[in-house]
Design a protein around this ligand. Structure first.
Ligand SMILES: [Fe+2]
Ligand SMILES: [Fe+2]
Length: 230
């Protein structure tokens, strides 16, 4: 998702009411744009201009914000997919949401290491029908996988921020998986496949269609700890 652009959008909304929620020992919080809605046309895909990359601390803060918004977007879109009978898409959206949560969790630790603040402001969201929501999700994942995270990773490596390199590498790997899964889902959309259980690594967000033996190849979390999401 367009982290930097999203951050700019959300800064414009800072004047709206903020709803603070206590979320975790590290003290990050989520605000909500009071005018958020879940109807109307889907949001426009990410900008073509490309991400604006800052220092790693700022990048991580923006990435955290983006992941929280991505999680909320997926969960809302999943409810619409359920209503419209797209059971498989609903499962996939919920699986992606759980993975975005894992990325946010990793970013929190990296942000703590840089002395930054983990904050998220839920942006105003609009949704359409499930086919349209799927395309928006795919566009945002492609933007993150091909532009945002590669640029942030390059910056983190240049600045030798190892925690950031770790969390961004995990997120990048998973967003690429999401691109693959969403692309495949678009090809069978009209057949409305049945719901499916996905297996999510809580350490890095790795999103698998079947259980894996051993441990996660990305972050070495035991496969027994993978979270099942349907
Ligand atoms: Fe994703
Ligand atoms: Fe993992």
């Amino acid at each position: 998702m367009g982290s930097i652009e999203m951050k700019r959008i959300m800064r414009r909304g800072v004047g709206s009411a903020l709803l603070g929620l206590g979320l975790g020992a590290l003290g990050w919080w989520v605000g909500a744009d009071a005018s958020a809605q879940t109807s109307g046309p889907p949001a426009a895909p990410a900008p073509a201009a490309g991400p604006q990359i800052a220092d790693t601390k700022t990048n991580l803060e923006a990435a955290f914000d983006s992941e929280i918004n991505a999680r909320e977007r997926y969960l809302a879109a999943a409810k619409i997919a359920d209503r419209e009978g797209y059971a498989y898409i609903a499962s996939l959206f919920r699986a992606c949401a759980r993975a975005e949560q894992a990325h946010a969790d990793q970013h929190v630790h990296a942000i703590a290491a840089t002395g930054g603040s983990a904050r998220a402001l839920l942006q105003k969201m609009s949704f359409g029908s499930t086919p349209a929501n799927l395309q928006v999700a795919l566009s945002l994942e492609v933007y993150e996988a091909e532009q945002v995270y590669p640029a942030m990773l390059e910056k983190a490596r240049a600045e030798h921020v190892s925690d950031a390199v770790r969390s961004i590498t995990f997120a990048l790997a998973t967003e690429r998986e999401h691109v693959r899964l969403l692309t495949a889902a678009a090809q069978t959309l009209n057949q409305k496949p049945v719901a499916k259980t996905f297996y999510i690594c809580p350490g890095c967000g790795r999103t698998m269609e079947s259980p894996e033996p051993g441990e996660c190849p990305n972050c070495f979390t035991s496969a027994r700890k993978f979270v099942k999401v349907t």
